[in-house]
Design a protein around this ligand. Sequence first.
Ligand code: SF4
Length: 239
Amino acid sequence: MSASRPRAALRIGGLTPLSLSDWPGQLAAVVFCQGCPWRCGYCHNPHLIPPRAVTSLEWNDVLAFLERRRGLLDAVVFSGGEPTLQAGITRALRQVKALGFKLGLHTAGAYPRRLVELLPGLDWVAMDIKASFADYAATTGVADSGAPALESVRLILASGIAYEFRTTVHPDLLPAAALPALAGSLARLGVRHYALQEFRPQGCASHALNASGTSPYLSDAALTGTIAPLFDSFCVRQS
Ligand code: SF4
């Protein structure tokens, strides 16, 4: 490991050397950034939430790993945590782009002002939509978190970059009756690519959500059949 961490270097909570699913269609390494301002009960990476948690991986070591993967991987996805929380993300993206990789970003849209600076250098963005924007706090645990998320949706759509918006569905947080209205509001904003994904208990620290965490209505063809026509591409991901 590196002896010292340069000022403003990206704080890293984990690294997946190869993923086929974090950016569909791409062979990607996934860099998990430390820190998130929100507190979603269903978070399956809760260890990545504290921004100042002690981490064992240094950005320079990740960069050295990626240099060795040139020609073997298509892309690098920055995930989290919330990658846009850290000022160091800007330089990190530039460094990875210089190695010749395509750049993907997973975000919840908490920091639209940083996101808009990053968008021109990205090749793909996947953004979580937690709930209707007025109801975000019930999922994130943070008041007024829907406003920056809505701004981020608008910025991504205006950027022209390839994207996916997706919603993790837990029955306690997003019942079946809420899904068509949520999907309709996204379609009216101009979203063309959308996915619903089933809550996964792996890593989730909430016993209550783990105990009630199945959403059989995601298999309801009548329900998903009302949502699919709203988008150019739509899918349901179940475990
Ligand atoms: S926004 Fe993502 S990383 Fe942050 S708490 Fe919610 S699920 Fe976890």
